[in-house]
Design a protein around this ligand. Structure first.
Ligand code: 5RP
Length: 235
């Protein structure tokens, strides 16, 4: 994704921000561009507060002078702006490429609106080309992994393979919450709703990166501007 496309998506998302809003601040490179642009507006007098979806975004926003509120203190989040790894024509998303999917989903779920900032490479007819990130409790993680592999096969994804996300070196990556990430390379997900429902009932799965029914608007940055798809417009 080019920096220009990311910036155009982030700039378009800024137009959704109104004074007095409580904003959920997403994670990833596109969300970081949005946070930087937002900080410029704050410096120029825009009155908003943000709540972050990761430690990285928390640090960035604070460094840039955005007022950050602990989500525990909030009763409402007006708008969350976040990136995505894939979106389909029904505005269903794969998220978690940056390992922040649990916090991202908690914040998106508590938000009145969610705007997703992306680029054309993330637009797919069918989800699943991007390996699905699944956040796993470390207890009996290999057992949970086997349950997930069996589930994928039972749902017809016979080509699916899973792998632990690694940190630098030999160790497995740990999320901000101390969990592990299993990347499930599905190749294609024939029924995303069915897969989400099946993962939801595996006890060792803390959360998965299928965001279904969360996105209200997807902003697709391009080289010369941005286009949007809103819930209700989708095919
Ligand atoms: C982090 C995410 C990101 O939003 C997603 O990976 C997109 O990131 P980028 O804007 O860098 O492509 O879900 O967990």
């Amino acid at each position: 994704m080019s920096e220009t496309a990311k910036r155009n998506a982030a700039e378009a998302a800024l137009t959704l921000v109104e004074p007095g809003m409580v904003l959920g601040l997403g994670t990833g490179s596109t969300a970081a561009i949005f946070v930087r642009l937002l900080a410029e507006k704050v410096k120029a007098g825009l009155d908003i507060v943000g709540t972050p979806t990761s430690e990285a975004t928390d640090r960035l926003a604070k460094e840039l002078g955005i007022r950050i509120v602990d989500p525990n203190e909030l009763t409402r989040i007006d708008l969350t702006i976040d990136g995505a790894d894939e979106f389909d024509p029904q505005l269903r998303l794969i998220k978690g490429g940056g390992a922040a999917l649990l916090r991202e989903k908690i914040i998106a779920d508590a938000s009145t609106r969610m705007a997703v900032i992306t680029d054309p490479s993330k637009e797919v007819a069918q989800l699943g080309r991007f390996p699905l990130p699944i956040e796993i409790n470390p207890f009996a993680a290999e057992l949970t992994r086997r349950q997930i592999d069996i589930t994928a096969e039972m749902l017809g994804m016979t080509q699916a393979t899973s792998s632990w996300r690694m940190a630098t070196g030999e160790s497995r990556l740990r999320t901000d919450g101390g969990h592990m990430i299993l990347d499930l390379n599905c190749v294609a997900i024939p029924d995303a709703n069915e897969l989400a429902a099946a993962l939801d009932v595996i006890p060792g799965v803390v959360e998965h990166g299928l965001f279904i029914g969360y996105a209200d608007i997807v902003i697709i940055g391009e080289e010369t501007g941005a286009r949007t798809i809103e819930r209700g417009d989708e095919t």
